[in-house]
Design a protein around this ligand. Structure first.
Ligand code: LMR
Length: 334
């Protein structure tokens, strides 16, 4: 009897376990640092929804927003180690990884419009930038838009001279460092998750971010002044661990690529409206004074930041910078 039970148990284990294994979903941990209610947060959730639907549950995407799993620097290390499979860091955070070319996106006023931006991110320049990640064990799947940045502090920022001596939080980009120095400010690299408290306690005087981050992180509540400088861009590269991605069954990878394509269209479609909505909410809050630069002031900011492109040429690559400038010129001629 005992032998029969043992035999049955063995037989059923042999029969059931392959099925059980086959049914265990592939888990994608997708970590990011912003709120759910932002262009990136919403696009990550959309990717989860589509990926699970298209793979009929064979893939489960776990989204960890707001630095709940990892902060800026840690998340890139975690991806390379395989502790998470997917991230969408801002393009300003790839320098420390050794891919300096991504900092081209941080150059002040490099994109005169979103049309130029999309020509870059959706065209051959974007493709060749993503390729540069592969030797780092990373595959770049897409670019997700966010928006142009505004500058904030506890003192009014009308002209570049108002930035003099201010301690400004920046992301880990040498271009952003050069940008703040060109304005006479003292840049300080800090993880995104620490910015609110640093602003609140006066560890730094100010920062720069698109309105969607300024609003959802409540930074506007601890910054008395916001200026619509729109001096630079912030967007994302959606990236995966290469070993993980290459090891996926081909049909699953195809479904995930489809989900990513659709989420990317969605991310780019909502970015501007999410930022406009956030800015309207910041203005309506009455907690900060929002200043719109006049024409003369805009020229002053551009003039103060103009030297940064030349300064950063050797770091980023002259050809890359001029290829983006050519895209701008081509659109202007259209
Ligand atoms: C920042 O650190 O300021 C941003 O990159 C955060 C983000 O991911 O939008």
């Amino acid at each position: 009897m005992k032998l029969k039970t043992l035999f049955l148990a063995l037989a059923s284990a042999l029969l059931i376990s392959p099925i059980a294994f086959a049914q265990a979903p592939i888990v994608i941990k997708f970590s990011h640092v912003v709120a759910k209610d932002t262009p990136k947060g919403k696009a990550a959730d959309r990717f989860k929804e589509l990926a699970e639907k298209y793979t009929k549950g064979r893939v489960k995407v776990e989204v960890y927003p707001n630095s709940t799993l990892y902060k800026d620097k840690e998340e890139l290390e975690a991806l390379q180690l395989g502790a998470v499979q997917m991230l969408a860091p801002s393009l300003a955070k790839f320098g420390p990884l050794g891919v300096r070319e991504f900092e081209v996106f941080d150059l002040p006023y490099i994109f005169p419009s979103k049309d130029v931006l999309y020509r870059v991110t959706e065209g051959p320049i974007g493709k060749s930038l993503l390729k540069k990640l592969e030797p780092k064990g990373i595959i770049g799947l897409a670019f997700w838009d966010n928006g142009f940045k505004v500058m904030s502090a506890n003192t009014p920022l009308h002209s570049p001279a108002d930035m003099k001596g201010l301690k400004m939080r920046i992301q880990s980009s040498k271009v952003l460092d050069a940008q703040m120095r060109a304005l006479g400010a003292n840049p300080q690299v800090m993880a995104f998750s620490e910015v609110y408290q640093a602003l609140q306690t006066g560890v730094v005087d100010g920062t720069e971010n698109p309105p969607s981050n300024l609003y959802t992180q409540k930074m506007y509540e601890v910054q008395k002044h916001v200026t619509m400088t729109k001096h630079g861009y912030l967007g994302y590269a959606v990236i995966v661990n290469k070993k993980f991605w290459d090891g996926l069954p081909a049909d699953i990878r195809t479904e995930l690529e489809g989900a990513m394509k659709e989420s990317t269209r969605y991310a780019n479609a909502i970015a501007q409206q999410e930022n406009d909505k956030a800015m309207a909410a910041v203005r309506a809050s009455g907690k900060t004074t929002v200043y719109d630069l006049n024409g003369k002031e805009q020229v002053e900011w551009r003039k103060a930041l103009a030297p940064v492109q030349k300064q950063m040429e050797s770091r980023i690559g002259k050809d890359l910078i001029s290829s983006i400038n050519k895209e701008s010129a081509a659109l202007l001629l259209k």
